[in-house]
Write a protein that binds this ligand. Structure first.
Ligand code: AHR
Length: 528
């Protein structure tokens, strides 16, 4: 039924518009930079129901679980092939004392999650639970260390606990707690948002702290830490400038965070102090609001370029990576939910933003080596949602999940430079949104082309030319689409939004590939 509708929609829209109003030329011969799989990274913070109720329900729960991990969530993550997961925060990281989260669960102290709603947590999910999860998922862990309220000694011991294979006190403690071999954690962040919740520092101060804490985060055995400094808030290039000047020889990467928010506003929630602002609803929005947030998300590109320019000054060989370890959409929480838990739904608008943001990351992989969408379950632009009221309901996959799955084909492919020409939609006096976003990659002679129609109302036909290919052969096609941009997946209902096979393409007489993409939809083709 769904397929019939989308074909009918395609046909009627195609009649009402010019053919091939968008031109895309791919240059596979210029493909150089490999898209690291880590661009598809996830972020799991102790925030709301991300860990507790999302990933972790505990072994004694009546919700089906594998060793305490919620079974349906685990399986959905396994199917997603997550390459890397960041934990325990976020803001939470700078108040997390890792020793509270090891040893027998009944002995672990309770803590107040002061950043996120004052929730009392029992520390049942700690270092072992996180690192074992990563192992079971086959993904790299990325640990965020506590600089804001932790000591150098505490951080040094954490690294030793996780990575030492000697008979040191920390390694023996790990063994006593049931883990013989070290986990060999590679990605290690020295603080999070040190300009804000991570200590409200100035960069001039943080650089000294970074150098100090980083010194004692030692390498053990063959394992080499990939050391990540806390980076700028959005486009704060002063932060990047000083960090690069003072720490570039001591770090492998530096984070950058950017959220697509319409308006943070000034009004704070009386309980949590979190700005409620005018971020708007995840589910209810006008076409104008759709474009405002899409336009905002595209600022990602300017931010990367601005930071890369500063980095090039100090590091033309591009030895230091941008780790874009927090990004995504941020709306007001769903009505009736805890304002400190940042629970939001996810529509086709988020799918469009996920796809176009990944397109941007693909373009800058000479500098950007990792990106972690915020967050994996039940928080902000999630992959997966679980039902707070009826936790036994099966989890649902969001449209963003399906984009990540669809885009998996780009992992480890070489980015294919391209020229795209299309009209732009005027959002306001200053901002425009191009009607199409695209990125392509090549692997084993097969080109993966992703095309997002960001136009909320109109179908567009994209003429795809591939240098050196006279007559393209399409091997496969997938689409994520819906008649209504506001569509979302909901508990107890079959997924309204899920990828389906796509056949909306043809070759014209000149051998050009013409791809007709419905409004607010995302297509990925594999072409030879
Ligand atoms: O992802 C939610 C929060 O946003 C993180 O804890 C923090 O690092 C950022 O401000």
């Amino acid at each position: 039924m769904k397929k019939l509708l989308s074909i009918a929609a395609l046909a009627s829209a195609a009649m009402s518009m010019n053919a091939q109003d968008v031109q895309l030329t791919l240059h596979p011969d210029q493909a150089q930079n490999v898209i690291p799989k880590e661009i598809y990274g996830q972020f799991a913070e102790h925030l709301g129901r991300c860990i507790y109720g999302g990933i972790w329900v505990g072994k004694d729960s009546n919700i089906p679980n594998i060793e305490g991990y919620r079974k349906d969530v685990f399986e959905a993550l396994k199917a997603l092939e997550v390459p890397v997961m960041r934990w325990p925060g976020g803001c939470f990281a700078d108040e997390y004392h890792w020793m509270d989260g090891i040893g027998p669960q009944e002995n672990r102290p309770r803590m107040v999650n002061t950043n996120w709603g004052g929730t009392v947590e029992d520390n049942s999910f700690g270092t072992h639970e996180f690192l074992n999860l990563c192992e079971m998922l086959g993904c790299e862990p990325y640990i965020s260390g506590n600089v804001g309220s932790g000591t150098v000694e505490e951080m040094a011991k954490w690294v030793e606990y996780m990575n030492s294979d000697t008979n040191s006190t920390m390694a023996e403690l790990r063994r006593k707690n049931g883990r013989e071999k070290p986990w060999n954690v590679k990605y290690f962040g020295v603080g999070n948002e040190s300009w804000g919740c991570g200590g409200n520092m100035k960069i001039e101060y943080y650089t000294n702290l970074y150098r100090r804490y980083n010194t004692y985060a030692r390498n053990y055995g063959e394992n080499r830490l990939f050391r990540i400094a806390s980076g700028a808030n959005g486009g704060d290039t002063h932060w990047m400038d000083v960090a690069m000047r003072e720490c570039r020889y001591n770090m492998d990467g530096i984070s950058v965070h950017f959220y697509a928010v319409r308006d943070w506003g000034t009004e704070d929630d009386p309980i949590t102090g979190i700005p409620m602002g005018k971020k708007g609803s995840a589910l209810i929005y006008s076409n104008q609001e759709y474009y405002e947030i899409v336009s905002k998300s595209l600022e990602l590109e300017q931010i990367i370029r601005a930071h890369a320019e500063v980095m090039d000054k100090y590091d033309p060989e591009k030895k230091v990576a941008i780790m874009f370890d927090e990004w995504g959409t941020w709306y007001n929480v769903e009505p009736g939910t805890n304002p400190g838990w940042l629970y939001q739904q996810n529509t086709m608008r988020d799918a469009v933003i996920a796809a176009s943001s990944l397109d941007i990351f693909h373009k800058y992989t000479d500098r950007v080596k990792m990106a972690n969408i915020a967050q994996v379950v039940n928080v902000l632009q999630s992959m997966i949602l679980t039902n707070e009221k009826n936790p036994s309901d099966p989890c649902i996959m969001t449209p963003t999940y399906y984009i990540f799955k669809m885009y998996n084909k780009h992992k480890e492919g070489k980015f294919v430079p391209a020229d795209l020409s299309c009209e732009k939609i005027q959002v306001n006096d200053q901002e425009q949104v191009p009607v199409v976003s695209s990125s392509s990659s090549i692997k084993d002679g097969v080109i993966t082309v992703s095309l997002t129609n960001m136009d909320v109302a109109k179908t567009h036909t994209i003429a795809v030319n591939i240098d050196g290919v006279k007559k393209a052969t399409v091997l496969s096609g997938e689409i994520l689409t819906s008649k209504d941009v506001h569509a979302y997946n909901d508990f107890g209902k079959k997924d309204l939004l899920a990828t389906e096979a796509f056949k909306g393409y043809k070759l014209n007489k000149q051998g050009q590939l013409l791809v007709t993409v419905p409004a607010h939809s995302v297509v990925t083709l594999q072409v030879k």
